[in-house]
Write a protein of this length. Structure first.
Lengths: 674, 318
């Protein structure tokens, strides 16, 4: 079979534990990559997908070693090849596009040099030709003015630009196989869509085979012909992309797809219980047994083999795939969220501006901030008691900045933040009294960093209870256990340290800590971004449940528009620290009227090969908001004229209660949609 | 950039000012003063008055500080009490002697440390690393006065290869001096080199584990090219500051070693003047040691600034 470019045979990779046991990261993996095809490898963190991709380049990370099996490229095994020979294959025949280009580019070397290095190694071009080639490559990945980019250092480029440079570098050796390790994770939605489109173009243009590793089924759906699903170091499902996304016959994939929020569905998706077993924990039976909805008695004791089904051209590791075959489609059940908001206003932001400008000496003396063009400007939002309002936008849109100001971590330049119409919260943390602090609590993105690693769960949750309510002894303990139960953690968690918990459990502890203060408002800053998809749905459901029980108000910041769709009652769209559109989620998502909302929603990647992203505007990065006129003028594709550059657009109200800030008349904006 | 340099220099000067204040205040509040120490049991009445007048101790403390500081800036630290000669003249040869010792240790120590650090990092967990690391950890943990004494015992007394203490006057020719200072230099350099080698090792290991080095490997960059182009520039940058700190820290090691080897340097002077209650000399020494400390750190900061493209562009943008 000459059309196979990479052959993985019975590959097992692992490490030795401190006790000397062999712990497997990859368990007996076999698969083939054909010429010209794009294969997606999906899995949660810890499933071994990156290790597999690296092994395909003959690279095994320090600390790991190959236990058995081969990775064959051009009928030679990369895993026992001498480094001299590997150097000739890496970059020339097989190239890698890394996850985090910002960290994968050497900081002290210029972009041009780093691409040149690849050319020197893998081509016979002379200096002049190489120079030309560098420009060509940078052009190919659609970077503006290649000559100047080549002279820059990596840190002088934006995230999207760095990722493009990494693509250019990989293409320098005209490889036959491209390995992509989460190449778009960490990029903005719009940038992500653009990079994926570029990759698709390159795959078609050059006929290169690609292996695309990601946890994001949305991204995988857009690029791959075939999908490999990994769980706990094993392949559990492998087959044509469309079949796997539309009719997954493995319970894990099935559950995963069900737990991903979709743009078209309002409400919270079902969650998958439990979490992936840690490497080294050997279960007698199927590794997915305890999370499976389709399991039987035999699954517990016997582990299934990967079975190839000829008629479906699919391999599956499950005894009960036939049950799933009968389920013709994924029925995504969502729990519609109830809008509990009362008419009572709880938080009001009027004309709030926030500036990061450094105070000059004079400003310090007069205790003021002078900045004509602050990072966040003119924010007017009324938040009602019991509602969930989401702030969305790309990085740099000011959404986290606004949260910080409400929490008192950042001082406002102008404007008022009022709680329940009377209490002024425009002040900084140190000027607020304890009760003002209690009513607003924060949950952060990354529980690894927001929980003190030296405190037990008990100490973490006890802190707000002691501080705000002065609880002691038995009563304190009872309250802590109560809170743990509310976030569905058992009593025995009380003596554990954060490092003994999984990502989802840690975030639950963070949620419990926030609720311990009995707050009126909880600020959620990207609370699910660091979690695996299957855990994300569970945390979202928990937040919703708690909100209904306690009548709390959420201010929810996320870059994931599908998550926002699932949980929020109202959405505020921000660009460059200015509001573009505020309205009920249903309307904003159904009729994205503001040109920027349209861009954002168009770029969302759905785990469905039939829904392609719409790329409306270029993904340029603007460093500063424009001084005059509409904040979105730099990227808008629907500029009406000079007015957009000169005047700040007025608020226009739709019938459904949507407020849009645009110069285009509201009728026309809505007409475009229908 | 220029602004930043000026700012750093100013900060350094402020540090020195504070150090001088602390030493001055410290010597003031200690019970007794130069005259009571000098006159011992005769320290009363007419004689004490006369001594105060002679040394200028009869004016208020702040006035003395100001006049002392003004003179110190011009390099005049007043008179030492014990020798009754200008401190300037006492210090001159001592500084030179210590500099010879310290710079020899630095010029030998830094290259060795770099090589050891890089070798251990690149052969991490293999035989060269295990062997060298064992030795460096050992060398790090033995204090100078023990290693110095051991050196004297083994090399000077048992083997009789080199003199155990410095017996020649320090103004003889370098060749004559050389055999005398080999042992002190080794004693000083040992801890410093071991320390630096460990720092360089961990810094290189950290960079070797970085994503950009992994990327370079996956790009097919040959091993040694990767080491010299991608690893070392990034690994040694943070090491500059560590080296500076180690050099500054070496000053302390010099003091001990000089005493053990009876070497007439700054370090021995510190010990001598403290035991003689020669407060003006102690003050002068404190200022001089502090300025060496401050200027070495300043130099390291400026070097990092010059070499790190990230910091450079940040400054230009601002």
């Amino acid at each position: 079979m000459s059309d196979i470019i990479q052959k993985v045979k019975n590959l097992s990779i692992g490490f030795k534990s401190k006790k000397g046991e062999e712990i497997l990261i990859l368990k007996n993996i076999s698969t083939n990559i054909k010429k010209g095809e794009t294969v997606g490898i999906v899995g949660e963190s810890g499933s071994g997908k990156s290790t597999l991709a690296l092994a395909m380049m003959g690279y095994v990370k320090h600390g790991l070693y190959t236990i058995g099996g081969e990775c064959e490229f051009n009928s030679s095994n990369l895993l026992n090849m001498k480094s001299k020979d590997l150097e000739k294959i890496r970059g020339r025949k097989i190239a890698m596009i890394p996850q985090n280009a910002g960290q994968a580019l050497t900081p002290n070397l210029k972009i041009g040099y780093q691409i040149d290095e690849a050319l020197q190694l893998h081509s016979d071009l002379n200096e002049k030709e190489r120079e030309k080639k560098i420009s060509e490559l940078l052009n190919k990945v659609r970077l503006p003015s290649p000559e100047t980019i080549a002279l820059r250092y990596p840190h002088e480029l934006s995230g999207g630009q760095q990722q493009r440079v990494a693509v250019a570098m990989a293409l320098a050796g005209t490889p036959d196989l491209l390995l992509l390790d989460e190449p778009t994770t960490g990029l903005d939605v719009t940038t992500q869509a653009h990079v994926l489109e570029l990759l698709n173009f390159i795959a078609k243009d050059t006929g290169t085979s690609m292996v695309y590793v990601s946890h994001d089924l949305g991204a995988i759906a857009q690029v791959s012909d075939r999908i490999i699903v990994m769980y706990s170091g094993e392949i559990v499902l492998e087959g044509p992309s469309r079949d796997i996304l539309k009719r997954p016959i493995h319970p894990y994939t099935h559950g995963l797809l069900k737990s991903i929020p979709k743009l078209s569905l309002a409400g919270l998706p079902e969650s998958m219980p439990g979490s992936q077993p840690q490497p080294g924990i050997i279960q007698g039976g199927c590794s997915f047994f305890d999370r499976c909805n389709f399991s039987e008695e035999k699954c517990k004791n016997k582990s299934p083999h990967l079975e190839f089904l000829k008629e479906l051209n699919t391999s599956v590791r499950c005894f009960n795939y036939e049950k799933l075959l009968k389920e013709s489609q994924i029925n995504q059940n969502v729990n519609k969220i109830k809008n509990n908001s009362k008419d009572k206003e709880i938080l009001n932001l009027s004309d709030v501006s926030i500036s990061y400008a450094k105070q000059k000496l004079l400003d310090q003396i007069f205790n003021r901030i002078s900045d004509d063009n602050p990072t966040v400007k003119d924010i007017n939002i009324n938040i009602k008691k019991g509602e969930t309002i989401a702030l969305v936008g790309e990085s740099g849109s000011g959404k986290s900045t606004i949260l910080k100001s409400i929490a008192g971590l950042l001082r406002t330049k102008d404007g008022l933040i009022r709680f329940e119409e009377s209490r002024n919260l425009s002040s900084e943390l140190k000027e607020r009294d304890p009760n003002d602090l209690r009513i607003i609590q924060l949950i952060f993105q990354n529980p690894d960093e927001s929980l003190n690693p030296n405190h037990t769960v008990e100490e973490i949750i006890a802190q707000p209870l002691k501080l705000y309510f002065g609880l002691k002894g038995e009563e304190l303990k009872k309250n802590i256990i109560d809170l743990l139960q509310k976030v569905r953690l058992g009593e025995f968690y009380i003596s554990r340290y954060p490092r003994q918990l999984s990502g989802g459990e840690k975030q639950r502890v963070a949620v419990a800590r926030a609720f311990a203060a009995k707050p009126d408002i909880i600020l959620c800053d990207e609370v699910t971004s660091a979690l695996d998809v299957s855990v994300q749905a569970a945390v979202l459901n928990l937040l919703q449940q708690l909100k209904e029980d306690f009548g709390t108000t959420y201010i929810f910041v996320s870059h994931d528009l599908a998550v926002v769709r699932a949980i929020s009652d109202r959405v505020a769209v921000l660009y460059q620290g200015r509001l573009c559109e505020v309205g009920p989620s249903n309307d904003v998502y159904k009729f994205p009227s503001h040109p920027y909302t349209e861009v954002l929603l168009g770029a969302v990647l759905e785990p469905d090969p039939d829904i392609k992203p719409k790329l409306v505007a270029e993904d340029i990065v603007e460093e500063k908001p424009p001084e005059k006129g509409c904040s979105f003028q730099g990227r808008c594709s629907r500029i009406v004229g000079d007015i957009c550059k000169k005047e700040i657009p007025p608020w226009q109200l739709t019938d459904s209660g949507n407020a849009i800030r645009c110069h285009i008349p509201i009728k026309e904006l809505q007409k475009e949609q229908i | 950039m220029l602004f930043l340099i000026i700012k750093r220099i100013l900060l350094g000067l402020i540090t020195l000012f504070i150090v001088s204040l602390i030493t001055f205040v410290g010597t003031e509040i200690l019970p007794g003063d130069a005259c009571t120490t000098y006159l011992e049991r005769q320290a009363f009445g007419e004689q004490l008055e006369a001594c105060y007048r002679r040394l200028g101790l009869n004016v208020p403390a702040y006035e003395r500080y100001v006049s002392w500081a003004v003179n110190a800036i011009q390099g005049d630290f007043g008179y030492s009490l014990s020798g009754e000669m200008p401190i300037k003249e006492v210090l001159g040869p001592r500084i030179k002697n210590s500099l010879v010792l310290a710079s020899a240790a630095i010029f030998i120590g830094i290259p060795i440390a770099l090589i050891l650090g890089i070798v251990t990092a690149l052969w991490r967990d293999k035989l060269p690393d295990v062997a060298i690391s064992t030795v460096t950890i050992f060398a790090m943990t033995i204090p100078e006065f023990i290693s110095a004494t051991l050196l004297i015992l083994i090399i000077a007394i048992w083997l009789e290869w080199l003199p155990g203490i410095v017996i020649v006057p320090t103004d003889v020719s370098f060749l004559e001096l050389l055999p005398n200072i080999i042992l002190p230099v080794i004693a000083i350099a040992m801890i410093m080199t071991a320390h630096m080698a460990r720092m360089v090792r961990s810094s290189v290991i950290q960079v070797m584990a970085s994503e950009y080095v992994q990327m370079a490997i996956l790009k097919g960059v040959p091993y040694w090219k990767m080491v010299f182009k991608h690893v070392l520039p990034n690994a040694l940058l943070p090491a500059i500051n560590v080296v500076a700190l180690t050099i500054a820290w070496l000053l302390g090691g010099v003091v001990v070693t000089e005493v053990v080897f009876n070497y007439p340097g700054l370090g021995r002077l510190v010990i001598e003047s403290i035991s003689n209650r020669d407060l003006p000399t102690v003050q002068a020494l404190a200022i001089i040691l502090a300025s060496i400390y401050v200027s070495i750190n300043l130099l390291a900061d400026l070097m990092t600034l010059m070499l790190n493209p990230r910091l450079k562009t940040l400054q230009i943008r601002k």
